[in-house]
Design a protein around this ligand. Structure first.
Ligand code: R5P
Length: 300
């Protein structure tokens, strides 16, 4: 077994190989002046007959990072790898997991089909948006949920059952909320959310009777993108006199002015996992997914 990093591996490749005690290879990548992507493996001789785990997060610059991954897989087989498996901490396009408006593509299906056609039968990813997205892959997807990671950190932050409630910002986050709640022995509530598919505008149907005054709140979600979802809910909770708001979100994209929006919405802390590049900000705390990924590799 060998671990191969592409340009957006977030330093995870070296750490995974260190924990497993296996060789780690890097790649040379660039973008040509016309926008085309180029990939060359360093030390391809080590790949002959090996199972290669290629590591690449697909944010930011999703399209370039996807292309780099496709070329990397091709290069690995070209170099004689016996099998290529992909470690994709953040799976781009997973929110377009169905046709919402007539005529649309199912983007995640197209991406997963491309990976499978190039010879990837196994993918390890972290908190892919939905079970539906997983169902399109013809091989095996190991979808790691970071629930235990969040629970461990929340315990050290003094979160306990007597004064804390978990909030899911929409139906899609219900399972995440339910798992985190049982891990920490907490109650949870699910808030109703509507997204206008044309304008992208989000509306929440916030409960009129929610007695959360003086309580700590943990808001759990898979992605913070523009920050609208979490900021909206946090503002509402603040208006209900909650004590502390901690957000646990797996992927922190923070598009545009998301951070400003979140800073002014009364959140005390945002816990994230390192699945996209880190942003240095006192509001944010990153948890390493290395051990979870290593466990997934060992189980395979
Ligand atoms: C939606 O279904 C996701 O789970 C997230 O709630 C959403 O993508 C967050 O987006 P934003 O930060 O732009 O509100």
């Amino acid at each position: 077994m060998i671990v191969v990093s592409l340009s957006n591996d977030l330093g995870l490749g070296a750490e995974i190989s260190k924990v497993l005690g296996i060789k780690h290879l890097t790649t040379y990548t660039k973008v040509f002046p016309d926008g085309e992507v180029y990939v060359r493996l360093q030390e391809p001789k080590f790949l002959r007959n090996e199972i290669a785990y290629v590591v690449q997060s697909l944010y930011p610059n999703q399209n370039d990072k996807i292309m780099e991954l496709l070329l990397g897989i091709d290069a690995l087989y070209e170099a004689g790898a016996k099998e290529v498996r992909a470690i994709i901490p953040y799976m781009a396009y997973s929110r377009q997991d169905r046709v919402f408006l007539e005529g649309e593509a199912v983007s995640i299906r197209a991406l997963l089909n491309a990976l499978y056609s190039l010879g990837v039968n196994e993918i390890i990813t972290i908190d892919i948006h939905s079970v539906k997205a997983i169902s399109y892959f013809k091989g095996k997807i190991h979808n790691i949920l970071p629930t235990k990671l969040f629970a461990e950190r929340l315990r050290t932050l003094g979160i306990n059952s007597s004064n804390t409630i978990v909030v899911a910002p929409d139906e899609g986050a219900k399972e995440r909320a339910s798992k985190l709640s049982s891990e920490l022995n907490l109650k949870y509530v699910v808030i109703k959310k509507f997204r206008d598919r044309i304008t992208g505008e989000i509306k929440h149907e916030l409960p009129k009777e929610l007695n959360v005054s003086g309580m700590n709140i943990v808001v759990i979600d898979d992605i913070i993108s523009t920050g609208g979802t979490v900021a909206n809910i946090s503002k509402y909770l603040r208006s209900r006199n909650v004590k502390n708001i901690i957000v646990a979100a797996t992927h922190g994209l923070f598009v545009g002015n998301a951070l400003e929006k979140l800073r002014s919405s009364g959140i005390n802390k945002i816990l994230l996992t390192l699945t996209v590049p880190k942003i240095n900000d006192p509001l944010l705390e990153y948890l390493s997914p290395v051990n979870l990924i290593v466990d997934a590799i060992i189980k395979e």
